[in-house]
Design a binder for this molecule. Structure first.
Ligand code: GLN
Length: 483
């Protein structure tokens, strides 16, 4: 292996780590620099007219506009975090977010774990079916499937009545996935909030409402119980004020009269979609790449440490290595991500930014794979090599460094490049914790325009292009260094 390669690799790694430190520091400074407090607020960006990304991909909607108006009125700043409804609930509960506004119904059950603002909108759950469907009432749902959204009142309602009406429940994370399931005929009906269904249908959503609102109740802004009292008071004061000035009504009217930046009715041709969303797609791609680079750096360190521990002639070190590999290779990435992003903060009470949680997740998971093949690579160097080196009088450490490692590392480079590509693909799973990478960007665009097929095609092509480039680079490295 040429020295040049190692110099280059080391240089890049140092550059990456300095960059990550700088960017993390930069983030903190921007929070500190702002004189007004900035609150992290979760929302469910697939819930028009309450929250969605408009055609300029800016978060808008009744909830978002109300929150912004209140923030302005009360002198604070908000940072909107786009997750799913359930994701926002978990992140608020674990203290990762300061509050959430997501068309969230105030229910006695939720009051046990959340503190709610004064109500700001009345709603209820309705049932919708395909326009041509002959289902006219809940009684006709026997033996059929009903789509609901995880953690919502609609899901709660379905659970309550499913035995009475004899239907099965299928759960989705986003409203539009649930609508899609009904439109394609997999589910016979779906349950969602009445103003959201009505708005969607007005915008061209191919569904029909067949019931009157059930489980009616108001929406409220929520914070974790007993926490962020100041924010809640500011919200209530601001709400009262914008109701008095008429701004609240103006916002509601703007969206309910269809003038709130129509979520549909854009140029939905394939190239129209690319043109319209090129900036956000590009930003999503950059976030994906950045996440991959930083994660693979830490995963490599993690993997090398635990891989090397596994080949030391010491039972304890070998045991540690085997256990770490066993645990982190065995855990599904999604579970690990949720555990780190929402599980740990709820225990320790400290916030972990989504990006950092994502990097830690990938470091453990990809790092465990790197550890496994590092260990395997080194072990597959012929044992005679070590024996020969030792019989020539080299101590174990030196023999390892000079004779075994150079051969072992050569063997693991192809697996390493492979792992880099896998890491890039795995970043898509981190969309669940609200990181605005390429997949999450795709979800948000689809929530607005319901163009699932075309948007996923564009996103898939973008992933493929990057992966092709990486494969070329890896082949070039393999050829140049005769690996
Ligand atoms: N209002 C419903 C609830 O609170 C749905 C909210 C949503 O889907 N964003 O459960």
């Amino acid at each position: 292996m040429k020295k040049r390669f190692w110099k280059w690799a080391l240089g890049s790694l140092i550059a990456i780590i300095s960059f990550s430190c700088l960017s993390l520091m930069g983030n903190q400074n921007s929070v500190k620099a702002a004189g007004e407090p900035t609150y992290q607020i979760g929302t469910d960006v697939t819930f028009p007219p309450f929250e969605f990304a408009n055609s300029q991909n800016k978060y808008v909607g009744i909830d978002i506009d109300i929150l912004n108006a209140i923030a302005k009125d009360q002198g604070f700043k908000v940072n909107i975090k786009p997750t799913s409804f359930n994701g926002a609930i978990q992140a608020t509960q674990s203290g990762q977010l300061d509050g959430m506004i997501a068309g969230m119904s105030i229910t006695p059950q939720r009051k046990a774990t959340f503190d709610f603002s004064k109500p700001y909108f009345e709603s209820g759950v309705v049932t919708a079916v395909k326009p041509g469907s002959d289902i006219k009432s809940l009684n006709q749902l026997r033996g059929k499937k009903v789509a609901v959204k995880t953690g919502t009142e609609g899901a709660e309602y379905a659970d309550k009545i499913k035995n009475k009406y004899g239907f099965k429940v299928t759960t989705f994370d986003q409203s539009n996935d649930m609508y899609q399931d009904v439109m394609t005929g997999n589910s016979a009906a779906c349950f969602d909030d009445s103003p959201v269904m009505q708005y969607g249908i007005k915008q061209g959503l191919k569904l029909k409402i067949i019931t009157k609102p059930a489980m009616s109740g108001p929406y409220g802004f929520a914070v974790d119980k007993g926490k962020n009292k100041v924010l809640l008071t500011k919200f209530n004061n601001g709400l009262a004020h914008i109701k008095k000035t008429g701004e609240y009504q103006k916002i509601v009217d703007k969206y309910l009269n269809g003038k709130g930046g129509t979520p549909m009715g854009e140029d939905n041709s394939f190239f129209g979609l690319i043109k319209q969303n090129k900036t956000v797609l590009f930003n999503g791609l950059m976030e994906t790449l950045w996440l991959t680079i930083v994660s693979i750096f830490f995963a490599t360190l993690f993997g090398l440490i635990f891989g090397l521990l596994g080949v030391l002639p010491n039972k304890f070190c070998q045991g540690v290595s085997t256990t770490v590999i066993y645990i982190f290779r065995g855990l599904p990435l999604l579970v690990l991500a949720l555990f780190i992003y929402t599980g740990i903060p709820s225990l320790t009470g400290t916030k972990v930014p989504a990006f950092v949680a994502g990097v830690i997740t990938l470091m453990f998971n990809e790092g465990a794979y790197i550890a496994a093949f590092t260990k395997g690579g080194i072990q597959s160097v012929d044992t005679g090599q070590m024996e020969a080196a030792r019989s020539l009088g080299l101590p174990f450490g030196k023999a390892m460094r000079k004779i075994i490692l150079p051969q072992g590392i050569r063997l693991i480079i192809p697996s390493f490049v492979n792992q880099l590509i896998i890491t890039l693909k795995d970043t898509s799973i981190l969309s669940v914790i609200g990181i605005l990478e390429l997949t999450q960007t795709g979800k948000i665009i689809i929530a607005r325009n319901l163009q699932g097929f075309k948007v996923w095609t564009i996103v898939a092509i973008m992933y493929l292009i990057i992966i092709t480039v990486l494969t070329w680079i890896s082949n070039w490295i393999k050829r140049s260094y005769k690996l």
